[in-house]
Design a protein around this ligand. Structure first.
Ligand SMILES: [Ca+2]
Ligand SMILES: [Ca+2]
Ligand SMILES: [Ca+2]
Length: 204
């Protein structure tokens, strides 16, 4: 019986390692996902609302960009993303408990404008806390990068913008993550125990 528990533990460890290896690619299961068809209509509109969440292109007169791989950005300047003094505002009416955000299209720089940091941007959460992200830390496939808030935050607003003031800093926003609830983790644990039990019975 102990042998099978060992096998199970190894399988779990392998899954965790695989999960870490993919840590730099936007996962499919975001808590708030701007890549979904619900957000498709945002393209070429000044703002777009889905449920309690409204995204607005700033400054006034700007229009939203949307794509099913990159998420939201701002039209103009470079053809799609947040660049120049464009800003992407996200307002969540009653707030959502969120733990981080996935940025896309954020790359190192080949034009030499900022070879140290790469493309460089920030997000201001609830008008209080600023988190920075740089292209040198991104997966260079689609410029994916995860920005952690260092724990769950009740987020009511997020304001995305470039940093550094250069024209070629641009990025998109795929969406936000939520940390797994303790209840979810417990269910997962119970499920594993159950699986171990079934395995044991099956072997007898
Ligand atoms: Ca743009
Ligand atoms: Ca892209
Ligand atoms: Ca970019």
């Amino acid at each position: 019986m102990k042998k099978y528990l060992m096998v199970l533990m190894i399988a779990v460890c392998a899954l965790v390692v695989a999960g870490n290896a993919m840590a730099y690619i936007v996962p499919d299961d975001l808590a708030l996902d701007f890549r979904t068809t619900a957000w498709t209509g945002a393209y070429n509109n000044p703002f777009w609302t889905v449920g309690d969440v409204t995204a607005t292109a700033l400054p006034q007169g700007s229009l939203l960009f949307q794509a099913n791989d990159d998420g939201l950005g701002i039209l103009g300047g470079e053809p799609d993303e947040v660049d120049h003094e464009e800003q992407l505002s996200v307002v969540i009416n009653l707030g959502m408990s969120l733990s981080g955000v996935w940025i896309t299209d954020l790359f190192t720089r080949s034009d030499g404008a900022d070879p140290v940091n790469g493309e460089y941007g920030s997000v201001l959460i609830n008008g209080l806390d600023t988190y920075y992200f740089m292209g040198i830390n991104s997966d260079q496939g689609n410029g994916d990068q995860y920005v952690s808030f260092g724990g769950a935050k009740l987020v009511t607003s997020a304001l995305f913008q470039i940093e550094g003031g250069t024209n070629n800093n641009d990025f998109s926003v795929a969406g936000f993550t939520r940390v797994p609830e303790p209840a979810t983790m417990m269910l997962l644990g119970l499920g594993m125990l159950g699986l171990a039990g079934v395995w044991r019975k099956f072997k007898k």
